[in-house]
Design a protein. Structure first.
Ligand SMILES: Cc1cc2nc3c(=O)[nH]c(=O)nc-3n(C[C@H](O)[C@H](O)[C@H](O)COP(=O)(O)OP(=O)(O)OC[C@H]3O[C@@H](n4cnc5c(N)ncnc54)[C@H](O)[C@@H]3O)c2cc1C
Length: 136
């Protein structure tokens, strides 16, 4: 139990440290994720939140969630709703208006959703949202 508490404490960034209920909601969210998460305050956070246009790098989201499944996208959106924060979707992060980063919200990163499946008879293809045009 103590090890669990220490692990959770080290995972929580300053932006979402709070009540037991908030901590439990975060832990529940982490448990559901296939992908990974980087929280405000963790060493990799500044790199994880950065976007192409450096003028938006002063924005400080609560966390960056690297979704690896459609279920992850759903869980992330539901979690944002549960804790009442905004979220933004980020693919390549090249947008010049700053819309792929959000202050005090959740960056929902889709770069790992990059699978292509083609039917054997080539009658259909399943292409996930972050497949670049070159690969298609
Ligand atoms: C140096 C530079 C050169 C450029 N040159 C060109 C050019 O020649 N021609 C051109 O057309 N554009 C150009 N752009 C613009 C760029 O192509 C667009 O900003 C493009 O949207 C970037 O794609 P991205 O995957 O990086 O988007 P992101 O910045 O990740 O996202 C862009 C927007 O789409 C949303 N979004 C991303 N993925 C999803 C998703 N799966 N579902 C819902 N919403 C989503 C984001 O929330 C955001 O609002 C250039 C940009 C830069 C920085």
């Amino acid at each position: 139990m103590l090890r669990f508490a220490i692990l959770l404490f080290s995972l929580l960034g300053p932006g979402i440290r709070g009540s037991t209920a908030q901590d439990a909601a975060l832990q529940d969210f982490i448990n559901k994720l296939d992908g990974s998460i980087i929280l405000q305050g963790q060493p990799q956070f500044n790199k994880a939140k950065s976007v192409m246009s450096s003028q938006y790098n002063n924005a400080v989201p609560l966390m960056v969630v690297y979704c690896t499944s459609e279920e992850d996208v759903k869980h992330t959106m539901l979690y944002a709703k549960q804790i009442n924060v905004t979220f933004c979707v980020r693919a390549g992060g090249h947008d010049m208006t700053g819309s792929s980063i959000c202050d005090s919200g959740i960056v929902l990163d889709v770069t790992r959703l990059n699978q292509i499946i083609v039917a054997q008879d080539k009658s259909w293809a399943y292409i996930q949202v972050c497949v670049s045009l070159g690969r298609v």
